[in-house]
Write a protein that binds this ligand. Structure first.
Ligand code: CP
Length: 305
């Protein structure tokens, strides 16, 4: 199925074939860059919520494909401040650009933008819900670091309740033969909805609180930040912040070739002493965002058939 004109809103909308097709195009672009592919095309980056990696890697992706970028990184400088809706914002931007990338704190806002838009909309994160392009670069990183996805034990650690990258990646991994470990205190565990989905598909998973107990089994440790901004009660956040803080000593309890991923930003959950190890894959992971987002832009714009 062609990607031309498609929105990328949720991992749920993508089949295993779609996921693998995007990873394949990304690998080809990494090997053979296409500096003219998007010449004359415009990408709109609408960031109603803060971002460093997602926004900058989309900008870098588009510019390295020869295209142009417009947009904003802060809704305070837009007419949203005067009361304009997301719907009306999209009705304007669809006339100025060829593809829209949007991040917004409200769950479902990307779907709304796609309904308003006549051009493809890519969800760059909607509240605690989904972050599908992060998932694609996570899959790309896992495949590149480990040479495969099937057969791996993948452990998610930290804020699994509010972590949209975890929700998206868990869904994507359900297409593969992996065992998922959900390592979090009960108050931050995976929403039951995602576990029910795994149960329905008869896929193996472990719910655990003790990282050191699970560590020897894991091929991938996917660390996450405790998401202060999504806690309704700051007292609850203060109780849970710093619940998992890993450093080099974790490697003594892990497989020698374990890879540590993190969508970033990190706060205090990964000590910098891990950065210099081969096991730390999080900066390589962030770098992979450029080719993966190039693949997505090229495919949904129809410039890559
Ligand atoms: N991984 C990620 O979404 O990072 P940013 O919030 O910096 O975009």
């Amino acid at each position: 199925m062609s990607f031309k004109g498609r929105d990328i809103i949720s991992i749920r909308d993508l089949s295993k074939r779609d996921l693998l097709a995007i990873l394949d195009v990304a690998a080809k672009l990494e090997k053979n860059p296409e500096p003219e592919l998007m010449k004359g095309k415009v990408l709109a980056t609408l960031f109603f919520e803060p971002s460093t990696r997602t926004r900058l890697s989309f900008v870098s992706a588009m510019e390295r494909l020869g295209g142009q970028v417009l947009g904003f990184e802060n809704s305070d400088v837009t007419s949203v401040k005067k009361g304009e809706t997301v719907w009306d914002t999209i009705k304007m931007v669809e006339r100025y650009a060829d593809v829209i990338v949007q991040r917004h704190k409200i769950e479902g806002s990307a779907r709304l933008a796609a309904e308003a838009s006549s051009i493809p909309v890519i969800n760059a994160g909607d509240g605690a819900n989904q972050h599908p392009t992060q998932t694609l670069l996570d899959l790309y990183t896992i495949q590149k670091e480990k040479g495969k996805i099937d057969g791996l034990n993948i452990g998610f650690v930290g804020d699994l309740k509010y972590g949209r990258t975890v929700h998206s990646l868990c869904m994507a991994l359900s297409h593969f033969k992996t065992k998922q470990y959900f390592i979090a205190p009960p108050a931050l565990q995976m929403p039951q909805y995602y576990l029910d989905d795994l149960d329905e598909k008869k896929l193996p998973y472990v719910v655990e609180q003790d990282l050191l107990k699970a560590a020897p089994e894991l091929d991938i440790i996917y660390m996450t930040r405790i998401q202060k901004e999504r806690f309704p009660d700051p007292v609850e956040y203060n109780k849970l912040k710093g619940v998992y803080q890993i450093d080099k000593s974790l490697l003594e309890h892990s497989k020698p070739d374990v890879r540590i991923l993190h969508p970033l930003p990190r706060v205090n959950e990964i000590n910098m002493d891990l950065d210099e190890t081969e096991n730390a894959a999080y900066f390589r992971q962030a770098a992979n965002g450029v080719v993966v987002r190039q693949a997505i832009i090229g495919l949904v714009s129809g410039m890559i058939p």
